[in-house]
Write a protein that binds this ligand. Sequence first.
Ligand code: ATP
Ligand code: FE2
Length: 330
Amino acid sequence: MISLGIEGTAEKTGVGIVDSDGNILAMAGKQLFPEEGGIHPRLAAEHHAEWIPKLIPQAIEESGLSYDDIDLISFSQGPGLGPALRIVATSARSLALSLKKPIIGVNHCIGHVEVGKLDTGAVNPVSLYVSGGNSQVIAYESGRYRIFGETLDIAVGNCLDHFGRETGLGHPGGPVIERLAKKGSYVDLPYVVKGMDFSFSGLLSAAIREVQKGTPMEDVCFSLQETAFAMLVEVTERALSHTQKDEVMLCGGVSANSRLREMLRTMSEEHGAKFYMPEMKLCGDNGVMIAWLGLLMCKEFGPMDLNDTRIIQKFRTDEVDIPWIDNSKS
Ligand code: ATP
Ligand code: FE2
């Protein structure tokens, strides 16, 4: 069975083609870089409307297949920006109807975890999924992927990007902050873990205030990273202890950060757990993860009725039954 997946929950448009053995046959993508400010949902939607019709034929060509070889159209049903999701769902429906192929909508966050497992060989990890729009600690337990911890306000990537924009470092802030942090030393910033959840908005305001006070940018960047990442690693560590799993996986666009990788790897090794991270091109949003999860879901539940393909803007990771993981190994 061959699945074509369409991704577009935020500012990246992606189309991927995968077969049921997990071979990646094509992967095409186009990122929107806003001229100023953050991501505007309408601009993201316009970006998808422009690029989905271009990326689909590009992916088909790359795969060497014909449209007729595609057995399933998968799309990201949520969570994400409403206008962006609507364009993705409409494109997927149009493609499925015109090709007379079945369709399935899937959860974007689970897509990250499943493609990570496919790429790394991890079997049942505690996953830290960190991006511009999401920050969650996810692990499988009792039939579903459970959220062991998540952000109470903004995502960690959003925190870095917002800091970058407010302080003139540009967008996206993550890579620039990482570079500057290499030369910084520590200043105190608020560390907020409440129960198993983390919060980044107070940290963001405090970091901006430090810059306004004249604290060297390198020091603020270093401290922002150290504080934010320590919060993420603490919650991942506690989820690892609670679940007694022996694998940790990092995914999402913030995985690009080598300091976060180092901190998470060190924590994992201290617990005797193996640390995994998918290839960077599979860490960020992509169509392959949607195509692959569509195959896994379709094998278990069959395709969707068109009436069930409505977008789910606040689609939670723990809303989906996951029968393909062996419960005895969880
Ligand atoms: P999602 O829809 O899953 O929320 P996204 O639209 O945020 O995804 P991604 O490509 O997964 O897209 O992640 C982008 C984020 O990754 C941005 O916030 C960016 O600042 C961050 N990022 C990229 N490189 C680095 C880095 N080196 N260090 C820290 N953050 C980084
Ligand atoms: Fe994502």
